[in-house]
Design a protein around this ligand. Structure first.
Ligand code: ADE
Length: 399
């Protein structure tokens, strides 16, 4: 993987020379190139910031050095990594970075990180960059750091360790916290009984000493659940939904579900299409229109403890008999990015009757996240959709 990082404190990123990520760099698994933003400022003081228009505290990073620095990165594309990187701008106002973000970004051949400082970067840089590459603003968590560098250290480590060959024991990647949506179980090493400085004897749990692998696995799973319930109860709900759809209550929608489904549609689209006055199609539908849709499609609903968390609808194409249409794949926003959409898609595909040869779906041409999900599942864009701004995707049915 190639990684570029632009910062006014390039030495901050020296820590990436150390330990496993440093070793991966020396072995050529990660090609990390750090750039000093000030090299792209041309005045005597190498100025990269200025006061904000409209007033307000602090300084704003200027557009010109950023566009030149990123142009320098883009100009160094070398054919092995594609024409442009995915640009990640760390910031507290971004999408939340998680293990699933790390897994997703670990698939990209080329990442570039833009470390902001002060109050942030002139908004026009984001527009300019989005015309040239995919741009994602990503936050480590709900707190404010002084700049993006610490976030880059964290993200590069989380992403880098998922690359083949970086962590020696691949099994340790499977067994760790957040894989499978649960926290890690407690671990112990010798001695079997440790006497602390107060003379208190602290034994290792007996089950770990007995050599019964089944009992150990069972104990560890229980510990993961108990620990997740105690420290991160919010994750238990997610774990129950992502491990498989089987954990959810499944039903086929009737008119009685129309109101709830209408709310789910609006919740799913609200972040995608603004302003609301321009809504058409799914987000614009009222409950009556949703109920009408239920008569043309079979809509599958999935609930967790009564809450509607996802749905997808399917039907045989009215004009092409052997094509299976999949539509309105929806996951409540707080559970997105955790594999539930992929599971819903697999569910919809599995419902196709035996004579179906082609699977088909349609989505917004600008929905990068959904397009990624569909492409990963083997779909290719086959042309513009019936509604402006949408594309049709399809794939042959396998097996
Ligand atoms: N820059 C400043 N605060 C940040 C945060 N919470 N996450 C990522 N980058 C940041």
């Amino acid at each position: 993987m190639r990684i570029d990082a632009v910062s006014i404190f390039p030495e901050y990123l020296d820590a990436l020379d150390i330990s496993l990520i440093g070793k991966a760099r020396r072995e050529g698994l990660i090609d990390l190139r750090v750039h000093d933003l000030r090299d792209f400022a041309h005045d005597r003081h190498r100025t990269v910031d200025d006061t904000p228009y409209g007033g307000g505290a602090g300084m704003v990073m200027k557009a010109q050095p950023w566009s030149e620095a990123l142009t320098h990165v883009l100009d160094s594309a070398d054919g092995t990594t594609g024409a442009a990187p995915v640009l990640i701008v760390p910031g507290p106002g971004g999408e939340r970075f998680s293990q699933s973000t790390a897994r997703e970004l670990a698939q990209a051949p080329w990442l570039a990180f833009a470390c902001g400082r002060y109050e942030g970067i002139d908004e026009r840089v984001y527009e300019w960059a989005a015309e040239r590459m995919e741009v994602r603003v990503v936050s480590l968590g709900d707190y404010v750091l002084n700049g993006g560098e610490v976030a880059v250290l964290a993200m590069v480590e989380a992403i880098g360790r998922l690359l083949p060959g970086v962590v020696g024991n691949a099994e340790s990647l499977v067994e760790e916290s957040h894989e499978g949506g649960l926290l890690e179980y407690p671990i112990y090493t010798k001695p079997a009984v440790w006497s602390d400085a107060d003379g208190i004897e602290r034994p290792v749990p007996q089950v770990l000493l007995g050599g019964n692998h089944g009992a150990v696995a069972q104990w560890r799973h229980e510990q993961r659940l108990a620990r997740t319930a105690a420290r991160r109860p919010d994750l238990l709900h997610v774990a129950a939904t992502t491990q498989e759809l089987a954990g959810l209550d499944h039903s086929v929608a009737t008119r009685a579900d129309a109101a709830e489904l209408t709310v789910l549609q609006k919740a799913c689209w609200i972040e995608m299409v603004t302003p609301a006055e321009l809504w058409w199609g799914a987000p614009a539908e009222d409950a009556a229109a949703v109920a009408e849709g239920l008569t043309h499609w079979t809509t599958h609903l999935f609930r967790s403890e009564g809450r509607l968390v996802g749905s997808v609808r399917v039907r045989r194409d009215p004009h092409r008999e052997t094509t299976w249409q999949i539509g309105r794949l929806m996951v409540v926003p707080d559970l997105q990015g955790r594999g539930l959409g992929r599971a819903l898609l697999a569910h919809a595909e599995a419902l196709a009757p035996a004579d179906i040869t082609t699977l088909w779906l349609n989505t917004g041409a600008d929905q990068a996240r959904l397009l990624r999900l569909y492409k990963k599942a083997g779909y290719a864009v086959v042309g513009p959709g019936e509604n402006a701004g949408t594309v049709d995707l399809s794939r042959p049915r396998r097996g």
